[in-house]
Design a protein around this ligand. Structure first.
Ligand code: HOZ
Length: 432
């Protein structure tokens, strides 16, 4: 494949954008490559500025669950464009969005819209602290909840990809109340709670970890978190920015039948526009200003274009058969990859939940960050480059998820698996 223009664009970008990218996860430096600059996208396909065509398994890091340019979303956006793009004032589509989320997600009684997942998690933590009058919270190693200061500790996603141990600019004071424990380790959670029985405001967790690669919750883990929170008066926050409206229509909480007190969403609920929200128990949400004293605000919160796009997407997801299709695509991918792994003897693990998956280059099961960190990232880099050259876009990091959309077909999954098989053969041959 020729990437001449992408390379030129990257040079130009580096001269005026730090690292040439507007989010570190878009850099290909960790896989010894330069980023592909997108030109346009349609369905499950993306074209770059050099005219190369790819099947897209990044899907904008999750939002494009219907594929690119779904007609229903485009039409909704066009209708709203003719009525104004930003009001900074209440509008009916905000009510429609909040009502829809409350109707579809089991634990949601009230919702506040924001503009990103980072804002949602940051605000949920502040609210939990304001509600309980406690300062500390627990997060899990390898979980990523956006880039607000207190949450940027032992984080997954780009922080894990680039091996950033602590971030200059995040003060010791900002993280002194952040307690970090291993994912899927309820004993570690219990002992932190015993150590600080009156001080922990919240436990925030990705109910399906998607930012250290995909790591499902072990059986009983979410239930145990719920009961620890009940025992100690701690607010349980599910960060469903990735799993929301993906793991099921009601998110991971519906899939696993465990209800948090607060939930954060982003990605899918914006239909591709910058949106996040947090919500949950009404008695907690009513502590927010202007009803209560916990302050939180945003000029573009509830932006009408984003609301219409998100609503159109969520409405489309309610059509019968959508989640069955995503599950079928995911199962086909998992089975195919496992066949390829068995056939080639490569040391890999496939973790999958529904339409989220990761191929981990390790011979051990991956259940927490320490497991993920053992992966052979050099092999991952070879896998990434080979898949890219074969026309498949995957995240340029071992510690990210692969996203499927309704626009993908079984044939495309089979083609992906065939390319992965060829890649595994080549990696194994060069290792001998
Ligand atoms: N949170 C996503 C990666 N796991 C993408 C957002 C970003 O650009 O950091």
């Amino acid at each position: 494949m020729n990437h001449k223009r992408s390379k030129m664009d990257f040079d130009r970008a580096q001269s005026c954008i730090p690292g040439g990218v507007n989010s570190p996860v878009r850099a290909f430096s960790n896989v010894d490559a330069t980023p592909v600059f997108y030109d346009h996208a349609q369905g499950s396909h993306v074209w770059d500025v050099d005219g190369n065509e790819y099947i897209d398994f990044i899907c904008s890091w999750g939002p494009m669950i219907l594929g690119h340019r779904p007609a229903v979303v485009e039409e909704a956006v066009k209708r709203q464009l003719a009525r104004g793009v930003s009001y900074g004032a209440p509008c009916e589509s905000e009510i429609e969005m909040a009502r829809t989320i409350c109707d579809l997600v089991p634990s949601m009684e009230k919702v506040r819209m924001v503009s990103s997942g980072t804002e949602a998690t940051m605000s949920a933590i502040r609210l939990a602290r304001g509600y309980t009058g406690r300062d500390k919270f627990i997060k899990f190693e390898g979980n990523y909840h956006g880039h607000s200061d207190a949450l940027l500790v032992s984080a997954g996603s780009g922080v894990a990809t680039f091996g950033i141990p602590g971030t200059p600019g995040v003060t010791a004071g900002a993280v002194q109340d952040t307690i970090v424990v291993p994912y899927n380790d309820i004993t570690a959670v219990e002992s932190a709670c015993k150590q600080y029985p009156q001080d922990i405001a919240a436990i925030i967790v990705e109910p399906i970890a998607g930012n250290m690669g995909v790591v499902p919750p072990q059986e009983g883990f979410l239930e145990d978190l719920r009961s620890v929170c009940d025992r100690y008066g701690i607010i349980l926050i599910f960060d469903e920015v990735i799993s929301g409206f993906r793991a099921s229509l009601g998110g991971a909480q519906q899939r696993y039948g465990v209800l948090p007190d607060l939930t954060t969403f982003g990605k899918i609920i914006g239909g591709g526009f910058p949106v996040g929200c947090f919500g949950g128990r009404a008695d907690i949400m009513d502590r927010l200003a202007p009803e209560g004293p916990v302050y939180q605000a945003g000029t573009l919160s509830g932006n009408p274009v984003a609301m219409e796009a998100g609503l159109a997407q969520i409405n489309a997801l309610q059509e019968p058969g959508i989640y069955e299709k995503l599950e079928k695509l995911g199962q086909r991918l998992e089975d195919g990859l496992n066949d390829a792994i068995n056939d080639t003897g490569i040391a890999c693990q496939v973790n999958r939940v529904g339409s989220l998956a990761t191929v981990f280059f390790t011979d051990h099961p991956v259940r927490c960050w320490d497991d993920a960190a053992q992966c052979d990232t050099e092999k991952f880099a070879r896998y990434f480059s080979s898949m890219l050259e074969s026309g498949f876009l995957i995240a340029p990091s071992q510690f990210e998820a692969l996203f499927l959309s309704c626009a993908h077909t079984l044939d495309e999954i089979d083609a992906f698996v065939a390319a992965a098989h060829r890649t595994f053969v080549a990696i194994e041959a060069s290792a001998r």
